[in-house]
Design a protein around this ligand. Structure first.
Ligand code: FPP
Length: 241
């Protein structure tokens, strides 16, 4: 796909999205919060397709955080059902377009059916190479780091790893899906200017792009705007040039 003003050679390798504002969108329409998520899911399907048709190799979506369990049961169980539905509806499309789907997060508290769907879609798409969709579900950035430390601790205890070997590159292999590179561009909708425990490690040098648009109103036009803006950023990674 060719977009005016967008340089295909300067696209980010990894885009992350915090899809915020579903609840406020619903309230503005005089609807229940869950209907905001339903609309958000519709938008998500379109954006996933746009990102991969641009040949951006990695897309991470913040679908549900470990802290989202604080919400009303009606909302959390609706979201779980919606996630299951999303996988079932999009599964054949992912297979057709060679998209690999992976899950970052933990299984604790997730309904059995959702765990089954997650495992199934990961297995069925494991050899796909056209793009990777990283669904961060029951995810927490601090949790990911703590889980990594626990795994590393085991390897130190059994003598598999020596202290001298450990640096940030080495440690990143203990995080969820080490094959997913650092985030280049992080998008957050709804006017909130925070990271909310999303991909803390992989966001170390990412470029941020914020919009006041609520997630259910987000569209391709805005995605392209974010990508064009990203192409004008000067990334230095700590260097002075
Ligand atoms: C944040 O909006 C959004 C979420 C916590 C859930 C995101 C989920 C979707 C976009 C759809 C479901 C996902 C899939 C994979 C089908 P909010 O509820 O915090 O909005 P608010 O800040 O306006 O209350």
């Amino acid at each position: 796909m060719q977009i005016e003003g967008l340089d295909e050679k300067l696209l980010p390798r990894h885009v992350g999205i915090i899809m915020d504002g579903n609840g406020r969108w619903a309230r503005k329409q005089g609807k229940k919060r869950v209907l905001g998520h339903q609309e958000g899911s519709r938008v998500l399907k379109k954006i996933v397709k746009s990102v991969f048709s641009l040949k951006i190799p990695f897309l991470s979506l913040y679908v549900f955080s470990v802290d989202n369990w604080k919400r009303e049961m009606e909302e959390t169980s609706f979201l779980m059902k919606l996630i299951g539905k999303f996988y079932q509806e999009e599964f054949s499309d992912f297979k057709k377009h060679g998209i690999r789907v992976i899950h970052s997060g933990i299984y604790d508290n997730l309904p059995k059916k959702v765990i089954q769907i997650l495992k199934n879609i990961e297995e069925e798409t494991v050899h796909n190479t056209a793009g990777t969709l990283n669904l961060c579900l029951n995810y927490g950035g601090r949790l990911e780091i703590v889980e990594g430390i626990k795994k590393l601790f085991q390897d130190i205890k059994t003598g598999k790893v020596k202290e001298e070997e450990i640096d940030s590159k080495f440690f990143s292999n203990y995080l969820f899906h080490p094959e997913v590179p650092d985030v280049d561009l992080m998008i957050r909708t709804s006017g909130e200017l925070r990271l909310s425990d999303f991909l803390l490690w992989k966001n170390a040098y990412s470029e941020f792009w914020f919009t006041d648009t609520l997630w259910p109103d987000f569209n391709e036009e805005e995605l392209f705007k974010a990508l064009k803006d990203y192409q004008n950023r000067q990334r230095r990674f700590g260097d002075a040039k």
